[in-house]
Design a protein. Sequence first.
Length: 281
Amino acid sequence: MSDALRIAHGEFGRVALLDMDRSLVRHAHPHCHVLLKVGGDDTQFLVGDRVAPLTDECAVLVNAWEPHAYVHNPARQNALILALYIEPDWLVSFRPNWSASGRAGFFEHSAGAISPSIRAIALDLASEMVHAPGAASRQENLLSDLMIAVIERFTPWRTIGSSLREIARSNAVDWRVRRAISLMRDDPTAPLGIERLCREAGMSRSHFFRVFEESTGVTPHVFLNVLKVEMAVGAVIASDETFAAIGDRLGFGAPGHFTRFFRDHCSVSPREFRAVARLGC
């Protein structure tokens, strides 16, 4: 069973130190997502349709809403992974054009060679999370240094001009897809069938799927799951609501279905996630 050794959360998003020994389903996040190995054997992720190696010298870089999966190799020792799920709005406080971190193409490649400085900061952050889980200010300072170093090394967003041009292009989502997304966001727990979404968008099923994925980079099913995962994570961290109640509110017919969904997307059970996320609080 995979373990979450530590989870830090705040305005920056969340950071998880994961001892991974199980695969994760193909999924996505609305975050700027960076994966760094801090121990164990080398491993790999599938980002889009490309294999991205995760090693001592190589980070995995996942754009917001980019589908990816973790495929565990049981013949290898577990990988100890520092997983960063960073809110684009938090990155804007460093540089305005980093708002582009919430859109496709922010990272040019799904993997890249890290510098000795990036590795040192990642190890320091992981160590701080383990030895001083309540030191939120120190952890956020290290995270700030780490994200600045990662973005400056791996992204082409050097000028406001190029960023604004790409943002304008990426915002050109088909209006019919925007209507479907609005319905999903209004209530991710509602039993919105694909047929209704197609009808509201005024498209056939096949046309709707094609246009939706062209506009967002993910299928309608993955998009809705992203919304549910973020609602689930927020409820698990911030409330004392039972997991059965959270699952029921999100539309899962049985507590076991919710637990499996959460584990498949977050690597650990909601019970473990809550316990670890509250260490040091």
